[in-house]
Design a protein around this ligand. Structure first.
Ligand SMILES: Nc1nc2c(ncn2[C@@H]2O[C@H](COP(=O)(O)OP(=O)(O)OP(=O)(O)O)[C@@H](O)[C@H]2O)c(=O)[nH]1
Ligand SMILES: [Mg+2]
Length: 392
């Protein structure tokens, strides 16, 4: 089953704590503070991976937490940075952040290898060297590392295709897809043979390959869950061209087309206004041949290109694919990138410790003894506060 949407939690690693330490060397009395700063926590990224088919690549995992930074060392050594965590998702994944404005994607991964930072690692704490002042030359204080950003994210996977073939069950979508591309979907004379979108590649153009998909059969009432429902229509949203494939043996072809339009409109207003081609299939059958002129008459008012084809004999397929590729190229030129105008990530206000005599009373700085005995990085004892959402 294609996993099309999934909620996950991402969190950057904790910053490492700053260290309280003093230089102890033979013949060097009062060596002074030499505690280093903690390393910054690892960031969490989401990256588009073209080989992944759907969000199933994430398996059952729901929480993604990057590595913590290490504690600072003596001799002013900086703690090691936490390693970044990269979550691989399929190309075509949209990222939404819970709590931000609905329906405005945080990012849209439409190019292979695109990497988006979704949770920053926490800053490392300051070592006691940073707190030395003229009046306090041996500070026994250091600050704790900060927690990383935490976000609840919804991932939505929508296929990126050039062409989508949609139509009623049994109209011949799989047969057509197999005839014009290298895809080998299952073909049978019962409805809903295809239960998942199937992808194929059209490589008849010298310029580039075209990705073509068959969407499982749509029936009247799909928007309210009939048949396989409208679950797969999300994949139609980002195609450049629709091919409405209708069965030539249907006595109500014009009506079938209107119903397809209606189902798409009910799923998402404006969706049927995408560039479109109508293909009447199975014209090799004598009963279709017999009423071909009536069919043409019934469809002559449509303002979209119409092709009369036979997916079995190949009749009209060449002309159909040529027109489809031409329309995709045209649509591409006019396309406005979805990635433009993305909402910025929600902002978190972080209060950082101010060393060298400018300490804010709100910041919790511990003395050296307490500090060494505490290993846990308790969230509530940290200085980071989220002014807006009160998360930290
Ligand atoms: N005579 C004739 N039969 C066809 C043609 N195209 C498809 N068929 C037959 O119609 C039946 C359904 O074909 P499919 O390609 O599986 O139809 P589909 O639209 O993918 O069906 P679902 O996946 O169930 O929605 C099969 O028995 C095909 O052999 C055609 O051009 N001519
Ligand atoms: Mg099929």
């Amino acid at each position: 089953m294609i996993i099309g949407s999934k909620g996950i939690m991402v969190r950057g690693g904790f910053g490492g704590d700053g260290l309280v330490s003093f230089r102890h060397e033979k013949y060097i009395p009062f060596g002074g503070p030499d505690g280093g700063d903690g390393g910054v926590g690892g960031d969490v990224f989401i990256m588009a991976e073209p080989r992944a088919d759907d969000l199933g690549v994430l398996r059952q995992k729901k929480e993604f937490i990057a590595e913590n930074g290490n504690q600072g060392g003596s001799g002013q050594k900086h703690g090691k940075k936490g390693e970044a965590l990269i979550i691989l998702v399929p190309l075509g994944t949209m990222i939404f952040v819970e709590g931000s404005e609905p329906f405005v994607p945080f990012a849209d991964l439409t190019t292979p290898g695109r990497k988006v930072l979704v949770a920053k690692g926490g800053r490392g704490g300051l070592g006691n060297t940073r707190f030395a002042t003229a009046v306090n030359q041996a500070p026994e204080i250091a600050s704790k590392g900060e927690p990383g950003e935490e976000r609840h994210i919804i991932l939505e996977f929508k296929l990126i295709t050039d062409i989508c073939i949609i139509g009623y069950p049994n109209s011949g979508k799989s047969t057509s897809l197999a005839a014009i591309s290298r895809a080998r979907p299952q073909i049978a004379d019962y409805p809903f043979t295809t239960r998942q979108p199937i992808l194929g590649v059209l490589s008849q153009s010298l310029k580039r390959d075209f990705v073509i998909a068959e969407i499982p059969g749509i029936v009247e009432g799909a928007h309210s869950g009939k048949g396989l429902g409208n679950e797969f229509l999300r994949h139609v949203e980002r195609t450049k061209l629709l091919i409405y494939l209708v069965d030539g043996t249907s006595p109500t072809i014009a009506d079938d087309l209107r119903k397809l339009d209606k189902e798409l409109e009910l799923y998402k207003p404006g969706l049927p206004q995408k560039p479109k081609i109508v293909a009447v299939n199975k014209v090799d059958l004598p009963q279709v041949q017999a009423r071909l002129s009536d069919i043409k008459q019934a469809l002559n008012k449509l303002e979209v290109p119409i092709f009369y084809i036979s997916a079995v004999s190949g009749l009209g397929l060449m002309e159909l694919t040529r027109k489809a590729m031409e329309m995709v190229e045209q649509a591409q030129d006019e396309e406005v990138s979805v990635g433009e105008g993305l909402a910025p990530p929600p902002t978190f206000m972080v209060f950082h410790p101010r060393p060298k005599g400018m300490l804010n009373p709100k910041h919790e700085i511990r003395n050296a003894k307490q500090y060494r005995s505490t290993n846990d990085q308790n969230l509530s004892s940290n200085e980071v506060k989220d002014s807006k959402q009160g998360k930290f």
